[in-house]
Design a protein around this ligand. Structure first.
Ligand SMILES: Cc1cc2nc3c(=O)[nH]c(=O)nc-3n(C[C@H](O)[C@H](O)[C@H](O)COP(=O)(O)OP(=O)(O)OC[C@H]3O[C@@H](n4cnc5c(N)ncnc54)[C@H](O)[C@@H]3O)c2cc1C
Length: 299
């Protein structure tokens, strides 16, 4: 069967879009599959001005737009709202919700996803939510935030003006930046309940196990902010546990968990970067991957 393109790229974040630019630069055709309706991944959500991306100092969503335009001007096809569902490395095929795509090489750049709490999955989405929502969408006065990193504390500070009572529950000490923690003490309506775990939820009554014993909280909404994990669902069939970062060679080739190379599959960006994920690292890895692909396709 004739391939649909040289390189299939999964994900249109910084890594995936840079991979598309480099495919174009090296004369390779590419198809980018992006699950979301908009391109950009995490970059599209950065509203602050970038201070560490060489040569660009506007905010992240501006860079996402610029990058997307740049990719569209090249020889790549980007299919939005098209999640890749299954990887077949031997056939070099990706199955998506709009059918199978066959390439000569695959780049996986699926980034990160929010960590979720499996036991809360059965609860209504209007009771448990993972991203901040406008206050108008909710009734009630009492908000429970689960988490203790920057995301959880930032949200507690932001929402403290809107909710009458916020309980911030975390299983250990807070890990947020000192500057954020300093502001927390200025909000008398935010209670921190540390070294504590969620035990049970019945209706809107949440049972927390604290160092001083069990405690019941009555809450109107639960916001979960417990960080991110690698979006490795596509490589689960290769023996990777859910949320595990992909292992790669120095050329960004995907490795099986035991260290053997997975033929025809490369990886770039946060999905393989446990330490120090960043825009420049994601872009650099995409460049390395595409150069390696070119060497293999045109020895
Ligand atoms: C709030 C915030 C601020 C940040 N600030 C900075 C900063 O100032 N400087 C810096 O260097 N870094 C910053 N970062 C980190 C930086 O944004 C990331 O390191 C970088 O964007 C990672 O890019 P990526 O392409 O690897 O992954 P992502 O941006 O996560 O993109 C992955 C893409 O893959 C798609 N996808 C996932 N699964 C599938 C699938 N099965 N099929 C198809 N598509 C799929 C996703 O929808 C997503 O669009 C920040 C991150 C955040 C969240």
């Amino acid at each position: 069967m004739k391939p649909d393109c040289d390189v299939i790229i999964v994900g249109a974040g910084m890594a995936g879009m840079t991979a598309a630019l480099w495919a174009n630069r090296l004369g390779l055709s590419s198809i980018v599959l992006e699950a979301a309706a908009e391109p950009g991944g995490q970059l599209a959500g950065i509203q602050d001005k970038l201070i560490d991306f060489p040569g660009f100092s506007e905010n992240g969503s501006d860079l996402a737009k610029t990058l997307y335009d740049q990719v569209l001007r090249g020889n790549s096809k980007i299919q939005l709202a098209t999640p890749a569902l299954k990887l077949d490395p031997a056939a070099c095929v990706i199955e998506s919700n709009s059918g199978a795509v066959r390439g000569r090489a695959i780049v996986i750049s699926t980034g990160l996803r929010r960590r979720r709490i499996p036991r809360l999955e059965s609860l209504s989405e209007s009771f448990v939510f993972y991203t901040s929502q406008p206050r108008e969408s909710f009734s009630g006065d009492r908000l429970l935030i689960l988490g203790g990193g920057d995301g959880a504390v930032e949200n507690a500070l932001l929402l403290a003006r809107q909710w009458q009572k916020i309980s911030l529950v975390h299983r250990s000490a807070l890990r947020a930046r000192p500057a954020l923690l300093a502001q927390l003490s200025q909000h008398s309506n935010v209670e921190t309940i540390l070294n504590s775990t969620l035990e049970n939820i019945v209706g809107n009554r949440v049972e927390i196990q604290t160092p001083a014993g069990a405690r019941d909280l009555v809450v109107d909404r639960i916001l979960v902010k417990i960080g991110f994990e690698a979006d490795s669902s596509l490589i689960a069939t290769l023996g990777y546990d859910s949320g595990t970062f992909a292992r790669v060679s120095a050329e960004q080739e995907l490795l099986y968990p035991d260290g053997k190379v997975v033929p025809q599959v490369w990886v770039a960006g946060d999905v393989c970067t446990r330490m120090d994920p960043s825009l420049v690292v994601a872009a650099g890895q995409a460049c390395i991957a595409l150069r390696s692909i070119e060497r293999q396709l045109r020895p």
